[in-house]
Design a protein around this ligand. Structure first.
Ligand code: UDX
Length: 447
């Protein structure tokens, strides 16, 4: 670890999931470049440390966790998070106590992922300032407050009542129906309510950072400003305001050479992020539909040998498809050959697609991905959703043509390019995210 004498130290606590770790580490890099020392606290299976070569100068500290990685699969995301918070609190306090004993350790602040709310207790115990980092959309953050209010009102709203589902949540703009709130596919509702309540609880935090940009979510940000009453810094998209993410997985760059041979805006890029996989049946239907569309396609399948039957794999390569295990996504989306993105609508992918002006086909799996998809389709109007529990080849074919070939595609592309320009402006000197990052740095220096 490089010694940065006299520098104030920021302790970062990411949640162990790549889609959240990436923006946290980008934030770390941004703060490091502004003169702070950075300590990353992670659990045994978080593995950012094994990529520490991408973060020269950072200190990595591992805390004991009594939860094994296999528990994530067994318990599911929400319950895992609840247990992780319970088991990590004591060891995190020990960890902070050790850090404070280290010579010259001058902790300015703990910045923790909103789901790692156990950090609040250590901040309080050692009287250290803490800041909450929400790596997902501002609208999703709003939803958590709405859900925790429903919970506090002793379920005055019956979320399982189909009639209720269609109703509008009061005082929200753009309007959200109860069914748009990110609840589905996340396990038992009462556990989800617990996480929402805890994540929406500010505890002693003195500020909130959000990886978003005001031109995308100005109404949700205004709503939050009133609700949380502590400074809020919307500094995203972090892959633009800070540095491009350091990739924790090996990328197959051969796809860039393949893209170089394709016509401008002809390729559909398909990726479902770092967690989700399609079942073998859906993968086959997808492959047939993509081939039938007659558009070239670049498809990320993390384990093609397992999920793609051999004859389908042969057909894909004969009919204009290219499959990789992991792509350099930001570069792919910025490539002139790419005309559309078939996505699960994780927040990072959503921001990255908008930043490159690429319209989207939305196939969300659960929770906040559905909310992002709703914004892509109905608020920003730069894509559309493919609904239903299963898609068949005909739907895939139609969706690809609708996004890349049909007349309607021009409007989506035009709006996506307008948003791209706005995002570029917001991260340039004088732009909203640029200024917010500047203000955040000034604020952290006062601590
Ligand atoms: C998770 C949740 O699923 C998501 O809903 C939430 O918003 C963030 O945490 P994940 O599923 O990984 O994230 O999706 P996403 O947020 O889109 O992040 C995926 C990241 O992996 C992106 O930064 C993307 O650039 C990167 N990626 C994906 C690659 O670099 N290469 C690939 O081939 C695929």
């Amino acid at each position: 670890m490089e010694k940065r004498e006299g520098k104030r130290r920021i302790v970062l606590v990411p949640i162990p999931a790549q889609g959240h770790v990436t923006p946290m580490m980008q934030l770390g890099k941004a703060l490091y470049s502004k003169g702070f020392s950075i300590t990353v606290v992670e659990g045994q299976f978080n593995r950012v440390r094994s990529s520490s070569q991408h973060f020269p100068g950072f200190q990595f500290v591992t805390i004991e966790e009594s939860l094994a990685e296999s528990e994530l699969v067994r318990l599911g995301g929400i319950e895992f998070m609840i247990n992780l918070n319970k088991t990590s609190e004591a060891s995190f306090k020990d960890c902070i106590a050790q850090l404070l004993l280290q010579q010259g350790s001058d902790i300015a602040c703990i910045i923790y992922d909103e789901f790692m709310y156990f950090c609040g207790a250590a901040a309080k115990k050692f009287n250290l300032p803490s800041v909450i980092f929400s790596t997902q959309s501002a609208t999703n953050y709003v939803s958590r407050f709405v859900l925790s209010k429903i919970n506090a009102d002793k379920f005055s709203v019956d979320m399982e009542d189909p009639g209720m589902q269609e109703k509008m949540v009061e005082n929200l703009y753009p309007p959200l129906r109860y069914k748009d709130l990110p609840t589905s596919g996340l396990g038992p509702l009462d556990h989800l309510f617990e996480v929402c309540r805890e994540a929406a609880n500010k505890r002693t935090a003195c500020a909130v950072i959000i990886n978003t940009v005001s031109c995308l979510e100005s109404s949700s940000l205004s709503w939050l400003e009133q609700e949380i009453e502590i400074p809020m810094y919307h500094i995203g998209p972090l892959h633009m305001t800070a540095s491009p993410p350091s990739r924790l997985l090996e990328e197959d760059r051969s796809c860039i050479e393949w893209l170089n041979k394709q016509k401008p805006r002809s390729v559909i890029y398909i990726s479902l992020g770092s967690i989700f996989d399609m079942g073998t049946k859906e993968v086959s239907e997808m492959a047939w539909g993509l081939c039938d569309s007659n558009q070239p396609f670049l498809w990320v399948i993390r384990d093609a040998s397992e999920s793609l039957p051999e004859e389908v794999s042969t057909m894909v390569s004969e009919r204009g498809g290219y499959i990789v295990k992991w792509a350099p996504q930001i570069e792919v989306l910025g490539h002139p050959a790419v005309g559309g993105f078939w996505s699960h609508c994780g927040w990072n992918s959503t921001l990255e697609s908008i930043a490159e002006g690429v319209p989207m086909i939305c196939r969300p799996f659960h929770g906040e991905q559905k909310l992002n998809a709703m914004y892509i389709e109905s608020v920003w109007r730069i894509g559309f959703q493919v609904e239903g529990s299963k898609v068949d080849r005909g739907e895939v074919d139609r969706a690809v043509k609708r996004l890349i070939v049909d007349e309607e595609s021009a409007g989506m592309e035009e709006r996506a390019l307008v948003l791209k320009k706005k995002l570029k402006a917001s991260v340039k000197s004088g732009g909203t995210s640029y200024n917010a990052l500047d203000e955040l740095v000034k604020y952290l220096k006062t601590m």
